[in-house]
Structures are given as structure tokens and as C-alpha cells.
Ligand binder design. Structure first.
Ligand code: NAP
Length: 244
């Protein structure tokens, strides 16, 4: 098993991609600390430790790190999967909404990195950040989300250099459009959901959306000992969307 007895934090664990990452990690033998904002996580297993809270709140992140230290001692892997999608024309976005997008995708990731790096053992550890294809290319109507996910990539690259001497690796997975409940719901809101889905698929070289499991495969690779010489890297899992 690739994560035998590895203690891992997965954020945004309640969602499609977070759920798939948790399930892959469990299968590979990891001990899981899961978090999201919902009070209960129905997909958590009895051996998992679930701690709900808002990662935009530094006092919660500190409490989560304390809980991790008490329960696990050290944490070898941290997956920063939480995030907030936001679609709105730039001129119609309020300062408060923009701040929320930047905090939920970028500042909160900084807070988790800051408070969990000290918990990594002296032999090292791995952070895996879940950014987006939109962290690498711009898109009308998703400008703030794109800016936050691009910022997350640079946060990871800088931290990879700063922590290399401690053998803490920091990498990024940049998914393309992935079949999760939030994406399915966005199709359902359009007049012709099937036509909307086909339209989005035709924009992707592989002509289909990703599954959450395909994104989780990439996260698992970057979290495991199969990638011990990989740090500061961005792995697109987007069917070729950013290959142009
Ligand atoms: N699905 C896609 O097509 C796609 C494409 C590219 C990138 N991504 C990225 O992949 C990640 C997962 O995507 P998804 O579609 O599975 O996401 P999702 O269904 O929107 O779920 C996001 C998760 O993040 C948590 N979260 C958001 N803000 C938080 C905060 N301030 N504090 C704590 N938890 C917070 C949510 O908790 P609650 O559920 O409790 O609110 C939820 O568990 C996100 O970072 C997203 O930006 C997704």
C-alpha cells in the first residue's frame, strides 16, 4: 500500500473530489484527518477523524493543528482540496464576494500550510494543493477564482523552495472540469443540460469531463513515495485543456 500508516489531512473532504481523495487514501492505508464546513460528514468512516470548521478562520486552523498533534503526533501529508467556485462578471462582483473567493481558495491554504508544516516529521512530508486549469489560463466570468487558483500555484512553488531543505515537498494538481455535484448542478440550471454538457466537452481535447477518481489518482501520486524527487510541480489533469 502506497500510504501505509501515513497520517494525512484532507480538506474539503465532503465534496466530489475530496471524497474521492479520501477514499483513495483510505484504500492505500492512510490514517485520515478530514475537514469541511458541514457539521457531519456522512462519507467518513469510523477510523477517520472528522473535524468541521471554516478554514478562513485562523483560530479554527490552529485548533485543527492542535487536534492533529494530539491525535496523530505528526502529519506526513496535507491535501489542500477545499475551494470556492464563483462565476460573475468582474464589474458585478462586490468587494466582499471577491474577498471571500480569495480567502477560501488562497489565504486559507496559506493558513493551513503555516500551521501544518511544523507538524511534519523531521524526515519530511508532502503538501498537495488542488488548484484548477483556471489557475493557468484566464476565463471570462471567473476572473477572481482564476486569480486565487493562480495565486495558489505560486504559493506552492515558493513554499516548495522555502521548505526543500526540510524535505517537505509542495506540489499542485490542476484539474479541468470534473463531474462533481456542483458541476452537475450547474448543468441542470441551464435550459438544455445535455447540450450544455456537450458544449463544455467539445472544448476539451479528450472530449469529456474528468472523474473525481482521475483527479484523486494524481493527488495520490504526488502524496506518495512514488514522487520523492518531485516538488514545485504543477500536474494538469484537464484532458489537454491547457496544452495549447
Ligand atoms: N469540480 C471541478 O470541475 C473542479 C475543477 C477544477 C478545480 N476544482 C477544485 O477542486 C477542489 C474540489 O472541487 P469540488 O468540485 O469537489 O468542490 P466542492 O464540491 O465545491 O467542495 C468544496 C469543498 O471545500 C470546502 N470548503 C470550501 N470553502 C471552505 C472553507 N472556507 N473552509 C472549509 N472548507 C471549505 C467545502 O465544504 P462544505 O461542503 O462543508 O461547504 C467542500 O467540502 C476545489 O478546490 C475546486 O476549486 C474543481
Amino acid at each position: 500500500m502506497r500510504l501505509d500508516n501515513v497520517k494525512a489531512l484532507v480538506t474539503g473532504a465532503g465534496s466530489g473530489i475530496g471524497e474521492a481523495i479520501s477514499s483513495h487514501f483510505r484504500r492505500e492505508g492512510a490514517r485520515l484527518l478530514l475537514t469541511s464546513r458541514r457539521e457531519r460528514l456522512d462519507t467518513a468512516r469510523p477510523d477517520d477523524l472528522y473535524v468541521p470548521g471554516d478554514l478562513n478562520d485562523e483560530s479554527f486552523v490552529e485548533a485543527l493543528a492542535r487536534q492533529a498533534a494530539e491525535s496523530f503526533g505528526t502529519v506526513e501529508v496535507v491535501v489542500l482540496n477545499h475551494g470556492l467556485q464563483a462565476s460573475s462578471p468582474l464589474t458585478e462582483m462586490s468587494r466582499e464576494d471577491a474577498k471571500n473567493v480569495l480567502e477560501s481558495n488562497l489565504l486559507s491554504a496559506f493558513l493551513v500550510m503555516k500551521h501544518f508544516a511544523p507538524l511534519m516529521p523531521s524526515a519530511g512530508g508532502a503538501f498537495v494543493c488542488v488548484s484548477s486549469r483556471l489557475g493557468m489560463v484566464g476565463k471570462a466570468g471567473e476572473v477572481l477564482y482564476s486569480a486565487a487558483k493562480g495565486g495558489l500555484i505560486m504559493l506552492a512553488k515558493g513554499a516548495a523552495i522555502e521548505w526543500a531543505a526540510r524535505n517537505i515537498r509542495v506540489n499542485v494538481v490542476a484539474p479541468g472540469l470534473t463531474v462533481t455535484p456542483i458541476i452537475e448542478a450547474s448543468f441542470q440550471r441551464s435550459a438544455d443540460p445535455e447540450a450544455r454538457r456537450r458544449e463544455r466537452e467539445t472544448q476539451i481535447p479528450l472530449q469529456r469531463l474528468a472523474t473525481p477518481g482521475e483527479v484523486a489518482d494524481a493527488v495520490l501520486f504526488l502524496a506518495s513515495s512514488e514522487s520523492t524527487y518531485v516538488t514545485g510541480a504543477v500536474l494538469p489533469v484537464d484532458g489537454g485543456y491547457t496544452a495549447f
